[in-house]
Design a protein around this ligand. Structure first.
Ligand code: G3I
Length: 318
């Protein structure tokens, strides 16, 4: 069949998916593509399951935005990735500015993860339980979780998530771990320690926010270092940005880059699927964060497939 998810499944992967966001769901031309489970067999909410959206004040949970995405996945016959339980960013100020004892913050993490994961029990294929724990030099990020609890907080979150939904795959997700180096080594050491300690951990997510012409050559090798530990891996937030307006040569290089990233997942049995961080340049996060950059997605601003799409197809049919 045609369509990215149909091709991914025919090749033995679980899914090809995309991030989406609630504000985009009123765009009928957009949802016509999003809802087609031949293109996308999995969706991830880009914002609406994050801490600021789900527990804006302590002990008060709001799931309306997340539920809209979860219900859409169900209606479309798509898998759902939960994103995320514990992350330094998009935290409500009661968490980021809280003055916590270790015992109090442990309870806060347990209650947040447990309530969030329980709410979606049975609906989520995999959860990003811990997101972006490391700095680029491989040291731990100095966020409220690390500052109060040190290296113990991932285990607290993972155990709470496992108890809340024993069938969900539990992931740690990060960026700049796609190439061999200090940050990938830090992640490898963390998951080895969690496994040795008997902490529940099923997978590692590689975000893959790349730049045209700069896809790391060691990506497949790194994926294999993680699957060798018995973990699954996934490409969770793929996009490949360039200077805008994008030149024809940049878009041609982008096609090759998409192909090589997807090929790395194809070459590794334990790589279960690929998610793009939204499929169209119309809704990409890139231009608002990196001024003068964008054009990072496989569909353009007008929801027309780019050369990048052909690169993905080439890898999925290799
Ligand atoms: O909801 C508010 C709205 O009320 C306000 O009027 C508006 C004005 O700025 O902002 C809205 O919040 C924005 C939010 O997206 C929802 O649209 C935030 O400003 C904006 O910063 C936020 O950006 C998100 C970003 O995470 C925040 O870090 C992106 O949409 C989202 O795609 C991005 O996703 C992250 C992953 O979670 C983790 N990995 C990196 C990835 C890309 O940054």
């Amino acid at each position: 069949g045609t369509g990215l998810n149909a091709l991914a499944k025919a090749a033995g992967k679980l899914y090809f998916g995309t991030a989406t966001d609630n504000g985009e769901l009123s765009d009928a031309a957009y949802t016509a593509i999003l809802d087609n489970n031949k293109e996308f067999g999995q969706i991830t909410p880009a914002n609406s399951m994050k801490w600021d959206a789900t527990e804006p004040t302590r002990g008060t949970f709001t799931f309306s935005g997340g539920d809209q995405i979860a219900n859409l996945a169900k209606a479309n016959g798509q898998l759902l990735r939960g994103h995320n339980c514990v992350w330094y960013n998009q935290l409500p100020s009661w968490v980021s500015n809280g003055q916590f004892t270790a015992a109090d913050l442990t309870t806060v993490i347990q209650n947040h993860c447990s309530t969030l994961v329980s709410h979606y029990k049975g609906q989520v294929y995999s959860w990003d339980v811990v997101n972006e724990p490391f700095n680029d030099d491989g040291t731990w990020r100095q966020d409220v979780f690390f500052n109060v609890l040190g290296t113990t907080y991932p285990a607290i979150a993972l155990k709470a998530a496992r108890a809340a939904d024993p069938n969900a795959k539990l992931y740690i997700n990060d960026y700049n771990i796609e190439q061999s180096g200090a940050k990938a080594t830090a992640m490898l050491n963390l998951v080895k320690q969690l496994i040795a300690d008997g902490v529940p951990i099923d997978g590692v997510g590689f975000q893959c926010h790349f730049i045209v012409g700069e896809v790391p050559g060691t990506f497949q090798t790194v994926l294999e270092q993680f699957t060798a530990l018995g973990l699954e891996v996934a490409i969770t937030e793929l996009d490949i940005r360039t200077t805008t307006p994008a030149s024809q040569s940049a878009l041609a290089q982008q096609q090759k880059d998409y192909q090589s990233v997807v090929q790395a997942c194809m070459n590794v049995d334990g790589c279960v699927g690929i998610t793009v961080w939204d499929f169209t340049d119309k809704y990409s996060w890139v231009p608002s964060t990196f001024s003068g950059q964008g054009a990072a997605c496989p569909w353009d601003q007008n929801l027309v497939k780019k050369l990048a799409y052909n690169g993905i197809v080439a890898a999925l049919t290799s």
